[in-house]
Ligand binder design. Structure first.
Ligand code: GLN
Length: 485
């Protein structure tokens, strides 16, 4: 096995015992990048030389007998909407071309304090709007499992990097599914934490009441460890929760017989593909043979989640993206007569089609005369969706369903029809609207593209999700339904 194929927790142990060096780990990942990047395009930029220098420094300190954190020397890929001081940050948009992050995001400060090595910034849908990474101003990313397919989105670069071994772990952001759906498409693990568990300070805002940063990893153990690193109260984010972060990774092997597992009744709704339904049924079967009680739970307002999201998210986006004015942020234009012309020129050439569509939708639903009919109504529907979950969580502790209605689709297949693209997130969006936690873990069968198994938990229900998904992962391994990279 090559080093780039291993999860972070294993590599961390191997580095600590002296079996391998950080330089060897970084070199392995860089050689993989060399080999695959031209086709896959996971990255907008790779920091090869710096990463090697940092690795040398870590090896020196380890050799000198210094005890370093468990993930010291692990290469981590960072989505191009999370600020890393002194580095470019583009959100895969032309409008931010050449913009340099003036500070570190809180999550970056945390991973740097663990001495993890940032290997590059990953490609994404522009401003995180999309489900395929085709809405990038810098070219599409391809799915490493089948390069004719999309990697999902918007954190497609991060998911593809982890799946291909171009990174060991990655950070993504999830507003309506952007960590979980690409993780599902690429066959890796993606975790969206409870809203407020991870600081958003230094994450470029898309829809602030929905956005969360989370890890994309090769297995559940790495997801737990990464979550421990990045979570926690932060005074720089007023929505961050004042909670003590549990030691998730030490609880993974705990007994799960007390955890009540629910199955989302709507998993075989119209539009859900046969292989996805089979995947969920396989999982139900696994739980039954594990003698875990599974119970069906229903979501009466599920069908309203997508339209509700496509009012709230664009509304918030239209406000957040107003700052790209060509004066304080964004590319500038020298040959303009007045400020209006500046705005028009900068925003016309700087934003892509999908971002413009969202800004227009958002501006429309917030405009006077329409506000009550759309935005206010959507907020009420959001409450109903939250209530659906509250009701379900009286009977169960976690809810299982598909991450996405289909496996990875073809490049170009949905670009002409935004609604078909939006439908890809129908199962992930409700968790963002309710602000609760959720994971996607992959199920591989018969050499086909993986099916993402979505496990949703309560607000701050990370522990239950991680325990259940860890057990499920073990079972999948045993049945030959799981493969690493
Ligand atoms: N695909 C959804 C959208 O386009 C979700 C994106 C996300 O989670 N950032 O808005």
């Amino acid at each position: 096995m090559e080093l780039f194929e291993l999860p972070a927790w294993k590599l961390g142990k191997m580095m600590e015992s002296g079996e391998v060096t950080a330089v060897e780990v970084v070199e392995s990942v860089l050689s993989r990048i060399e080999e695959r990047e031209e086709i896959l395009h996971c990255y907008n930029e790779v920091y090869g030389e710096e990463a090697l220098q940092e690795a040398e420094e870590i090896d020196k300190r380890r050799k000198g007998g210094e005890k370093l954190p468990p993930f010291a020397g692990i290469p981590v890929a960072v989505k191009d909407n999370i600020c890393v001081k002194g580095k470019d940050i583009t959100c895969s948009s032309k409008i931010l071309k050449g913009f340099i992050s003036p500070y570190d995001a809180t999550v970056i400060r945390k991973i740097k304090s663990q001495k993890m090595i940032i290997i590059g910034r990953t490609n994404m849908d522009e401003f995180a709007m999309g489900s395929s990474t085709e809405n990038s101003a810098y070219g599409v990313t391809r799915n490493p499992l089948d390069t004719s397919k999309v990697p999902g989105g918007s954190s497609g670069g991060s998911a593809a990097a982890v799946a291909s071994g171009e990174a060991i772990v990655a950070l993504g952001s999830d507003t309506g599914g952007s960590i979980r759906q690409p993780a599902a498409f690429c066959g890796v693990v993606g975790f969206k934490p409870t809203y407020g568990l991870v600081s958003r300070y230094g994450l470029i805002a898309f829809a602030s009441s929905l956005d969360q940063i989370g890890p994309i990893t090769k297995d559940v153990r790495d997801a737990a460890a990464m979550l421990e690193i990045i979570a926690g109260k932060d005074n720089y984010d007023s929505t961050s929760l004042p909670v003590k972060v549990p030691h998730y990774s030490t609880m993974l092997e705990d007994d799960i017989s007390e955890i009540r597992v629910g199955i989302m009744e709507e998993y075989n709704a119209e539009g859900v593909s046969e292989e996805v339904i089979e995947g969920i049924e396989e999982v139900i079967d696994i739980f039954r043979t594990m003698r875990v009680n599974v119970k069906s739970v229903s979501f009466p307002h599920m069908e309203y989640a997508l339209p509700c999201y496509y009012i709230i998210a664009p509304a918030e986006a239209s406000s957040n993206l107003a700052r790209y004015d060509g004066v304080q942020y964004g590319i500038s234009e020298e040959t303009v007569e007045d400020i209006r012309e500046l705005y028009r020129k900068v925003r016309t050439s700087g934003f892509g089609k999908e971002v413009k569509r969202r800004i227009m939708m958002g501006t429309y639903v917030l405009s006077s005369g329409y506000y009550d009919a759309f935005y206010l109504k959507a907020q009420k529907v959001r409450t109903l969706i939250r209530h659906d979950f509250e009701r379900a969580f009286k009977d169960v502790d976690v809810i299982i369903g598909p991450t996405s209605p289909t496996v990875a689709f073809g490049i170009g297949e949905r670009t002409a029809d935004p609604i078909s693209m939006y439908l890809s997130d129908i199962f992930t969006i409700p968790a963002n609207l309710a602000g609760i936690s959720a994971i996607s873990i992959p199920l591989f069968k018969d050499g086909n593209l993986p099916v993402g198994i979505h496990i949703v938990g309560k607000a701050l229900g990370e522990i239950d999700i991680l325990k259940v998904s860890y057990k499920l992962e073990q079972e999948l391994k045993e049945r030959g339904l799981y493969h690493g990279i």
